[in-house]
Write a new protein. Structure first.
Length: 244
């Protein structure tokens, strides 16, 4: 099974869900699959761990990242580049909008209501069941409701991103998958894909999952750590296929 995303896709989720890391790795995955990808950084609330932190690596791979004006790049201010509205009006094969976390972060989407109104848009909620507020199905549904109300958009699918960062073990991946699968059944939303850290892939039983898995190479790391290089390899950014 392949990740099948085209057009305008909004990646949303609460703080700590890992939505920006997912956005970066998804962009690279689709680029390596031959898809023309552009990314818009809409996180205008959180000054840390935003898509723009990986703009150099993404640009080297031919992925355009639309950012706020240079002098405001690291400002914690609600500044929206007119270029973002332009890329929505004329989207690439895949246009990823990395929205801010929680309801406050996605309010910027309401400001884009006019250019988005005439487009087919998919909005995906990234869920990490090991984080506060999304550690229960009801918590995830509440977060979904808050995001939808603030953005004036409808969430159309789920991305499972169950992890404990460096402490993640395979058991956590399976547990996280079981959770988002149950969430998918309860909410009626499709489970688009899950994520697995690239270093855990060789040990994972892919037949356990009924959806695609996106390998994750961490890019948003604290200053004392180095991001995993975005270089090709046997398991790098190739959406894993289930064995039949």
């Amino acid at each position: 099974m392949e990740i099948n995303l085209e057009g305008i896709v909004v990646i949303s989720g609460n703080y700590g869900s890992g939505k920006t890391e997912v956005s970066i790795n998804l962009a690279v995955n689709r680029k390596r699959a031959g898809v023309d990808v552009r990314v818009a950084d809409l996180d205008l609330v959180n000054p840390y761990f935003r898509t723009r932190e990986a703009r150099g690596a993404l640009s080297d791979l031919g992925i355009e990242v639309v950012l706020p004006p240079g002098k405001y790049l690291y400002a914690d201010l609600p500044i929206l580049s007119p270029a973002i509205a332009g890329m929505i009006r004329q989207p690439s094969q895949l246009t990823l909008l990395d929205a801010g976390g929680d309801d406050a972060g996605v309010t910027v989407l309401a400001a884009l209501a006019e250019p988005l109104r005439e487009k087919k848009v998919r909005m995906l909620q990234v869920v990490n069941p090991f984080r506060p507020f999304t550690d229960s199905v009801q918590g995830c549904l509440k977060m979904r409701d808050e995001i939808e109300k603030a953005s004036k958009m409808t969430i159309t699918g789920i991305i499972g991103n169950g992890n404990l960062i460096d402490e993640t073990e395979l058991a956590d991946i399976y547990k996280g998958y079981d959770f988002v699968k149950a969430l998918s059944e309860e909410s009626g939303l499709p489970l688009e894909f899950i994520t697995i850290a690239s270093e855990l892939l060789p040990k994972a039983d892919m037949k356990y999952f009924s959806c695609p898995a996106l390998p994750i190479k961490r890019q948003l790391v604290p200053p004392w750590k180095k991001a995993v290089p975005l270089t090709p390899g046997n398991l790098d950014f190739k959406t894993l296929k289930l064995k039949t």
